[in-house]
Design a protein around this ligand. Structure first.
Ligand code: GN1
Ligand code: MG
Length: 358
C-alpha cells in the first residue's frame, strides 16, 4: 500500500513510513512520514460517502472562497498528486487523499477544560460566520439526509420491523424510551417549516479533535470538512453539547461517569455566540438546549438502529457495543433533560445581555 501512495506524490517509498492514526468510526486515517514532513493520509469510506468526488469538489469551492475573501484563514486543503489531483482512486485501497500536517498544531481527543470548549465552539462559529456570504447552493450534498432526524426516526422504525429479533427484544427498554421522547422529532419538523431558521454552511462533525489548536491553546481552524453541507446551526452546536459537556465519550460503559458539566455548556454558548450572535435570529438562539437534545437523541437512534441491523454501519468491537453506545447517549439525554431549565436560563441570560435596553 505504501508503495502506491508514495508514488502518487512522487515520494521515494524507502523514505516514507505509515502508521494508523485517530479514532474516527467511518474513514481510515494514517500518519505518513516523509523526510521531515508529516502528513495525514485518509481513505474515504465509500460505502458511506457513495460519491467521494463531491467531497473534493466542496473542498475546492470552499478553498476558492477563503482564498478570495479570508486569505489569512488557515484552510487545510489536500496535497495535489503528481497528476494534480486532490483525491485519487487506487484499486487496492479506494478513494484517498493526503493533507500536510500543520506544523506546531495540536489536537485534543477530550475536552479537558472550559477554555478548550470555548475555543472549539468559537472556531466552529467562526467557520460558519466567515462563510455567511458563500452561496450554500454551491455545496454538494456529500451525505444526503445526514442530520435529517425525521428520516433517522423512520430508519429506526424500519429497524424495529426488519431488524434482528433477539436484539429487538434485548433493547426493549431503550426502544421504549426513544419512542417516549419522539416529541424531539416533532420539534425538528417544526424547525424545518420555521422561516426564522436558516440553512447555513454547517460542519456537521464538531467533535473537538476536528479543531486545530496552536501550542498556546488558541484555535487555528477546523478540519475534516467532508460533511460540510447546508444545514441548521443545531447540528453543530448540538454535537458540541453532545461531545464536550460530558466528561466521558459515547464509548464509556460506566454510565455513572456521564455528567452534564454546566460550565462547559456555558463555554459552548459563549464561544459559539461570540462569533455567531449577529448571524442567528433570537428565535434560533433559544434552541441551544434543544440542539443538544436533537443531536444526542439522533445519535442514540443511529446507534440503536445499527445494533438492530447487526452493526453494519458503525461496526462493533465487542458484543452489544452499539447498544451500550445507544444507552450511553440515552443516559446523557436524560441528564440533559433534568437540567434543561437551568441550561436554558444561561442562554436567556446571554440573549438578555446582548439586547440593547431602549
Ligand atoms: C461518525 O467517523 P466519525 O467518528 O468522525 C459519524 C458521525 C457520528 C460519530 C459518532 C459520516 O463520525 O455522524 O456522530 O461517528 N459520521 C458519519 O462517533 O456517519
Ligand atoms: Mg468525521
Amino acid at each position: 500500500m505504501l508503495e502506491s501512495i508514495a508514488k502518487q506524490y512522487g515520494f521515494p517509498e524507502n523514505e516514507c513510513t505509515l502508521q494508523p492514526f485517530g479514532n474516527g468510526l467511518i474513514n481510515n486515517t494514517w500518519i505518513l512520514n516523509y523526510r521531515d514532513d508529516q502528513f495525514i493520509f485518509q481513505k474515504i469510506n465509500d460505502s458511506v460517502f457513495t460519491s467521494p468526488s463531491t467531497i473534493a469538489e466542496n473542498l475546492h469551492q470552499l478553498h476558492i472562497f477563503f482564498k478570495a475573501h479570508f486569505p489569512d484563514y488557515l484552510f487545510v486543503n489536500p496535497v495535489a498528486t503528481v497528476n494534480n489531483d486532490e483525491m485519487f482512486f487506487l484499486q487496492e485501497i479506494g478513494y484517498c487523499r493526503l493533507f500536510k500536517f500543520v506544523k506546531g498544531s495540536v489536537t485534543f481527543d477530550t475536552v479537558a477544560n472550559t477554555d478548550i470548549a470555548f475555543e472549539g465552539a468559537r472556531q466552529f462559529g467562526k467557520f460558519t460566520k466567515l462563510l455567511s456570504a458563500f452561496d450554500i447552493n454551491k455545496l454538494q450534498i456529500t451525505l444526503p439526509d445526514f442530520h435529517n432526524l425525521t428520516l433517522r426516526y423512520q430508519q429506526f422504525e424500519e429497524a424495529l420491523q426488519k431488524g434482528n429479533k433477539d436484539r429487538i427484544k434485548e433493547s426493549e427498554a431503550s426502544i421504549l424510551y426513544i419512542i417516549a421522547k419522539k416529541n424531539i422529532v416533532d420539534i425538528f419538523n417544526q424547525i424545518q417549516n420555521n422561516p426564522s431558521f436558516k440553512k447555513r454552511v454547517t460542519h456537521h462533525d464538531t467533535k473537538i479533535s476536528n479543531v486545530l489548536f496552536d501550542t498556546n491553546g488558541n484555535g487555528l481552524c477546523v478540519i475534516d470538512l467532508d460533511t460540510v453541507m447546508p444545514g441548521y446551526f443545531i447540528s453543530d452546536v448540538g454535537d458540541m453539547i453532545r461531545t464536550y459537556v460530558s466528561p466521558v465519550s459515547e464509548e464509556e460503559n460506566d454510565f455513572s461517569k456521564i455528567n452534564i458539566r454546566e460550565d462547559y455548556f456555558q463555554a459552548i454558548v459563549d464561544g459559539y455566540l461570540c462569533e455567531m450572535k449577529n448571524e442567528l435570529s433570537d428565535e434560533e438562539k433559544n434552541y441551544f438546549v434543544y440542539a443538544g437534545k436533537f443531536m444526542i437523541y439522533m445519535q442514540a437512534i443511529r446507534f440503536l438502529a445499527d445494533y438492530l441491523n447487526n452493526d453494519v454501519y458503525y461496526g462493533s468491537k465487542y458484543p452489544g457495543h452499539n447498544l451500550i453506545r445507544c444507552n450511553n447517549q440515552l443516559e446523557l439525554l436524560q441528564q440533559l433533560l433534568a437540567k434543561e431549565e437551568l441550561l436554558q436560563s444561561k442562554v436567556s441570560m446571554f440573549i438578555a445581555q446582548e439586547t440593547p435596553v431602549s
